[in-house]
Each structure stands twice: as C-alpha cells, then as structure tokens.
Design a protein around this ligand. Structure first.
Ligand SMILES: [Zn+2]
Ligand SMILES: [Zn+2]
Length: 247
C-alpha cells in the first residue's frame, strides 16, 4: 500500500479529517437537532453526512493510491541510461521528481500536504472528487446557516438593535465551512481548468468541446458515466486501454 511517511503531511491530513468530522457533528448538534423538525433534520442530516462520507472516502483514496511513481533505479543500472539523480528512475516526459515522496511521479501536478500525497496520473480523479465533495458539503452548511437569517431579514424580523449573539460552536462551524468552501472551490476550479486545457492529453485540440470531453474522460475514466462521481471506482483499467497506447 502506498503511504507517504511525512510528519507534517500526516498532521495536515489528520486535521483535514478532524475539520470535516467536527463540521458534520456540529451541524447536527447546533443546527439540525435544535430545529425540532424531524423531516428537516433527517433530510439535511442524511445529505450532509453523505457529502462528508464521499469527501473523506475520496481523501483516503487520494492519500493511499500510488500517484504514478516510476520504478526506482538499482545501483547497477546507474550510468547506463540517463537517470533521476534522486531516485534513479528513467526519466519520462511529464514526470517530475517529488522531494517529499522521494520518487519521480507521472504527470505530477503538485504535492498536496492536505492529502499527504502527490497528485499525479493515477490519483487525480480522487483528488478532483475530494475538492468537489468538500466544496458541496461546505456550501450545504453555509446555506443551512445563512438561509434562516436571510429569511428573518426579508420578513422584517431582523432587529438591528439586538443583533444575534451566536454561540462559539456555531461561529466555529461557520468559519470551518467558509474556509472549506473557498479553498475547495478554488482547488476544484484550478484542477478542472488544468485538466480541460491540458494540451498533452488526447484532447489536444485546444478548448473545443470534444477536446475538453476527451481530457475529462482521460482523467475520470472511459466511458462517461456515474462512475465519474464515485471515489470507489478506479479509472485506471479504462485508461490503460485508452490512454497509454496513444502517448
Ligand atoms: Zn526521481
Ligand atoms: Zn509528492
């Protein structure tokens, strides 16, 4: 099993889990339970926990999937062909050495401490899903917190002389959700832009619809299906028959 032994990265990954779990728990205790409305509580409780579950599943798969490490070189192979001076791998186009992972990674995008791994060829789908489900889970919390206040304001029930004094756990929940939403949305947008405009993939014809579609299938799997949204379905078998024979 792939696991990067990097103490700061492990600390960041654990804190990501703690933030998601505490957000889901606080939403239940601070917002859904006090509402005393069973339908409201069950519907939003189920949705928020489903999104948190999918985000954490995608996080685990990003962290524990080999991002595409090239085979390390042995002592005897040194000097035969050009090698990476750090890990001895035979260089490949688009592969870069990561000093945290200590390996050369195919299509290395960046090393993300929050998932304690490189984001590369073989775990990029899971990283995209992690940012997507985190952004959706955080947006759901923000809407649940904001809508009642906005409704009260619209109905003229808002008293400017007696502003509400939210309890500390609610303030914490709001800032965790806001930070999660901004950060995950930004990362998701950056990932989608970089995948869709990647000239080195099969859809190298610029940003036409068909080329964007080809690139998305390259990362998320062939053919386009609901499996794109599942952190439990690996895109690799489809990619192995579709992508590597072209590059
Ligand atoms: Zn290397
Ligand atoms: Zn790395």
């Amino acid at each position: 099993m792939w696991f990067v032994r990097d103490v700061p990265g492990i600390a960041c990954a654990v804190s990501t889990w703690l933030l998601v779990l505490s957000g889901a728990g606080l939403l239940l205790v601070e917002q859904l339970w006090p509402a005393q409305d069973a339908a409201y509580g069950w519907a939003h409780g189920a949705l928020s926990h489903l999104l948190a579950f999918l985000a954490l599943a995608a996080h685990l798969r990003t962290m524990l999937t080999d991002p595409g490490a090239l085979p390390e070189g042995s002592e005897s192979s040194l000097g035969v062909t050009p090698r990476c001076p750090q890990c001895g791998a035979v260089p490949q186009p688009l592969a870069h050495h990561c000093f945290v992972c200590g390996r050369c990674i195919r299509r290395a995008d960046h090393h993300c401490p929050w998932v304690n791994n490189c984001v590369g060829e073989d775990n990029r789908k899971y990283f995209v899903l992690f940012t997507l489900y985190t952004a959706l889970a955080a947006l759901h919390v923000l809407l649940l917190l904001a809508v009642p206040a906005l409704r009260a304001y619209a109905q003229g029930l808002w008293d400017p002389h007696a502003p509400p004094r939210p309890r500390a756990p609610r303030v914490f929940l709001f800032f965790v959700a806001l930070e999660g939403f901004l950060f995950a949305t930004l990362m998701f947008a950056v990932q989608m832009h970089s995948i869709c405009t990647d000239q080195s993939r099969r859809g190298s014809g610029g940003t036409t619809c068909s080329s964007v579609w080809m690139n998305l299938k390259d990362v998320l799997g062939h053919p386009a299906s609901l499996a794109w949204m599942s952190p439990f379905v690996s895109p690799e078998p489809q990619r192995a028959s579709g992508h590597h024979d072209v590059v």
